[in-house]
Design a binder for this molecule. Structure first.
Ligand code: NAD
Length: 262
């Protein structure tokens, strides 16, 4: 049984963007956080920004590797005495139309997001079940899990896979008190690494705006006219895993300023 007093949260891909904001919010709410990312140096920097190693640690873990995930979970249990909350956030978007999407593109997108989430959820659920104290698993899916994202078949299909993992695991883990919920963000440009390195430029070209204008462009097409920031997604994680939503599982919350409702 775990001995820690506060919650322990594992957030994958938390060295950047949405994951970093989630780790920051959970730590601010009193959780001890394990930041697991491909990039060890960035993971350690992000953890150090949250405080001492009593509060947050950064570890290298490629979510496509069961062994590296297990090592991250073992590090969490060793450092903080257990595990309560897991966020499947690690991801990337290649943003290619069908005829340009290679088998390698398809495999990479599905390995990181569909298989990676499966491996993280499986290894985490084992600990949560053994502890016998319930817990939360969150998937950072996407608006594209439900709606067609333009020129993004591999990304959107793997996000739909994640959405179904939420439903399946909500049913399977419910008897252990483990809640499984998803969040569907859209248009988080500022602070997001997946918009840099090419995707942002491609999206901007599709919409006929400059890359700098992309955040404002996305904001304008929402119902609320607001730009979605990483912190808005982090707030949804806090609510879904907080005491007030103790009876909610298998749900997907849009954090898109209304795009999916329009
Ligand atoms: P980001 O690039 O800023 O962060 C992604 C992080 O995941 C990076 O730190 C990266 O190193 C890490 N990562 C990538 N592959 C990994 C792997 N194999 N193992 C471990 N870590 C890995 O991007 P972001 O916008 O913060 O995206 C976070 C999540 O949110 C992704 O799953 C993305 O699909 C989802 N999402 C983002 C948006 C958006 O508008 N930005 C919209 C919907 C969904």
């Amino acid at each position: 049984p775990k001995s820690h007093a506060s919650r322990v949260a594992l957030v994958t891909g938390a060295a950047s963007g949405i994951g970093k904001a989630i780790a920051t919010r959970l730590a601010a709410d009193g959780a001890c956080v394990i930041i697991a990312d491909l990039d060890l140096e960035k993971a350690r920097d992000a953890a150090a920004a949250l405080g001492s190693t009593d509060v947050a640690i950064g570890v290298q873990a490629n979510v496509t590797s069961a062994a590296e995930i297990q090592a991250a979970i073992d590090a969490a249990v060793l450092a903080f005495g257990g595990l309560d909350l897991v966020v499947n956030n690690a991801g990337l978007s290649l943003s290619k139309p069908l005829l340009e999407t290679t088998e390698g593109d398809w495999d990479l997108q599905h390995n990181v997001m569909a298989k990676g989430s499966f491996l993280v959820s499986k290894a985490s659920a084992k600990v949560l079940i053994e502890q016998g104290m319930g817990g939360d698993i969150i998937y950072i899916s996407s608006k594209n899990s439900v709606f067609a994202g333009p020129n993004n078949i591999a990304y959107s299909a793997t996000k739909a896979d994640q959405a179904h993992q939420v439903r399946l695991l909500a049913v399977e883990l419910g008897e252990h008190g483990v809640k499984v919920n998803g969040i569907n963000p859209d248009g988080v440009v500022r602070g997001s690494g997946i918009f840099s390195g090419g995707w942002g430029a491609k999206r901007a070209a599709v919409y006929g705006v400059s890359e700098d204008e992309l955040g404002t462009y996305y904001a304008k097409r929402t119902i609320l006219g607001r730009e979605v920031l990483p912190e808005n997604v982090a707030n949804a994680v806090a609510v879904l895993t907080g005491a007030d939503l103790s009876h909610t599982t298998g749900l997907h919350i849009p954090v898109d300023a209304g795009v999916a409702a329009a």
